[in-house]
Design a protein around this ligand. Structure first.
Ligand SMILES: O=C(CO)COP(=O)(O)O
Length: 148
C-alpha cells in the first residue's frame, strides 16, 4: 500500500526562544517525525544537531531572508503549519520580514503557533485523524478575479 507523502511544517525561533523551541521539539519528537521540517538557518542547524533522525532542511538565516523563503512556500500552498516562537521583548532588524510571514500565513489559512502553548494546540490539531488544512482565504480568488 502506498503511503501518502509527508506534509511539510516550518520551525523558526528568535534567539532567546531557540532553547524553548528545542525543548518543545524534543518533547514532541515522535509526532514531528510525521513531517518534513523546514527551518530558518540557525534554528534548523540546532534542530538538526539534536534531532538527527528527522528530515530537516535549513533555509537562510531569518535576518538574511529565511522568513521570506518560508513565506514563499506558504504562498505556493506547500506548508501545513508554521511554528514560530517569537521573542516579544527584543527588537529585530528584520521585523518587516516577520510581519510579512505572519501576514501571508493569515491569508493562506496556515496555522501559526507563536508560543509554546499554541504550538501544543497546532501540533495536536494537524496530527488529529481526518484533519485537512482549509483552503486559502476566498479574498485571494476575489483579488484574482477583480476587474481592473
Ligand atoms: O530570525 C529568525 C526569524 O525571524 C530566525 O532566524 P535563525 O533561525 O536563522 O536564527
Amino acid at each position: 500500500m502506498s503511503q501518502s507523502p509527508k506534509r511539510t511544517i516550518a520551525m523558526v525561533a528568535h534567539d532567546k526562544m531557540k532553547p524553548v523551541l528545542l525543548e518543545w521539539a524534543l518533547e514532541n519528537k515522535e509526532a514531528l517525525k510525521k513531517f518534513n521540517i523546514v527551518a530558518t538557518g540557525t534554528t534548523g542547524r540546532i534542530l538538526a544537531e539534536n534531532l538527527p533522525e528527522h528530515s530537516i532542511v535549513s533555509y537562510k538565516s531569518g535576518p538574511l531572508g529565511g522568513d521570506l523563503q518560508i513565506g514563499a512556500l506558504i504562498s505556493n500552498d506547500e506548508l501545513e503549519a508554521l511554528f514560530f516562537l517569537v521573542d516579544p521583548m527584543t527588537p529585530q532588524p528584520h521585523d518587516v520580514d516577520v510581519k510579512a510571514l505572519i501576514r501571508i500565513s493569515t491569508l493562506y489559512e496556515t496555522p501559526v503557533a507563536c508560543n509554546r502553548t499554541t504550538a501544543d494546540f497546532v501540533l495536536r490539531g494537524i496530527t488529529a485523524p481526518g484533519y485537512t488544512k482549509r483552503a486559502a482565504h476566498p479574498m485571494i480568488e476575489e483579488y484574482v478575479q477583480r476587474s481592473v
